[in-house]
Design a protein around this ligand. Structure first.
Ligand SMILES: [Mn+2]
Length: 328
């Protein structure tokens, strides 16, 4: 995907980064591991090269993510009433999903958009979108290498976290030999592979464990002849297990391993209706198509959207119709 304002290669992207200062870094709402890892890797690298770079999240990060990025329960430290010169948007396919503290203000400063979603709308003043990358963290890694930035152990950790989360622990179809080589390089550079694997895949708060058991036992609906499963993570259900939505990033992957499933969805309440996270186990049934029909977006195998209705029943009905038409 090329436009006039696209940066053509990682070298050009790294040279462009050198020209920036007084930076605020944003990512998409409800940030996942790739978003968080990418934001902090880039911030740490920019600061090391003497630049002013702040990051912004609308709520504090989960204990797990804070530990992985080596910041204690990270809460945004953006400067109040400060005028930033440029915004870097990471891992975000469109301007609507970008989580900022003041959207209108952001329209007045140039945006550098770095992302790997194939449906990225190229909303930046400059764009670097590589839809072949498994994660935005992979692109940041390439840019930092091209710019001969030193990748410290801390930065390597953030990048590895991003790659691990977006590849499902190097298990999804977006994992290839190149990705594995880059992971090996990150480990050489000091990323703590074993610690990251332990924290992401072998450690879960008890509340998340009981929530997931409850979801499988009582809240997962299976449709389309066993090819579609969906569950609603209501506030009530989350409260019952003393769990926050942000701790449930892995729950959809837990459900999708049920034998025979092609598409999996998790619904949750948001301010506009119901947020739907979608996963496909088969690229011939891309969930990006379903998400797009409902003004969302994403990748073939992982996508999301919001259904603007008032009740969960209405949301489930609409979702079921869309998924059924794809699985026919
Ligand atoms: Mn990503």
């Amino acid at each position: 995907m090329m436009t006039n304002n696209s940066l053509s290669c990682v070298k050009e992207a790294s040279e462009y980064l050198l020209t920036l200062d007084n930076i605020i870094i944003f990512t998409h709402e409800r940030p996942d591991g790739d978003a968080i890892g990418s934001v902090f890797a880039l911030q740490k690298a920019l600061k090391r090269s003497g630049k002013m770079a702040d990051v912004y999240f609308s709520e504090s990060l989960s204990a797990r993510d804070s530990a992985l990025i080596n910041e204690n329960t990270y809460i945004s430290k953006r400067r109040a009433n400060h005028d930033y010169s440029v915004c870097i948007a990471l891992d975000c396919g469109n301007f609507e999903r970008l989580e900022t503290f003041d959207k209108r203000k952001m329209l007045n400063i140039p945006i550098l958009n770095i992302d790997h979603h194939q449906d990225n709308t190229l909303f930046g003043a400059r764009n670097f979108v590589d839809s072949k990358a498994c994660a935005t963290a992979e692109i940041i890694f390439d840019i930092l290498l091209a710019g001969k930035n030193e990748i410290t152990g801390d930065i390597a950790n953030c990048l590895l976290m991003g790659i691990m989360l977006d590849t499902g622990g190097l298990r999804f179809d977006n994992t290839n030999a190149n990705v594995l080589r880059k992971v090996a390089t990150l480990v050489d550079l000091g990323a703590e592979y074993n610690l990251i694997v332990k924290n992401i895949y072998f450690t879960k708060p008890l509340g998340v464990m009981t929530l997931e058991s409850d979801v499988i036992l009582a809240h997962t609906k299976i449709a389309c002849n066993g090819k579609f499963a969906y569950a609603y993570l209501s506030e009530k259900l989350l409260d019952k297990h003393k769990t926050k939505y942000k701790d449930t990033e892995g729950t959809i992957d837990y459900i999708r391993t049920i034998d025979g499933l092609i598409i999996t969805a998790i619904l949750s309440k948001n301010k506009d209706g119901f947020r739907v996270s979608l996963r496909s186990n088969n690229a011939n049934y891309p969930v990006s198509t379903i998400a797009k029909e409902m003004s969302g977006g994403g990748h073939k195998l992982a996508a999301g959207c919001t259904i603007n209705v008032n009740t969960i029943e209405e949301a489930e009905k609409i979702l079921l119709e869309k998924v059924s038409s794809i699985l026919k």
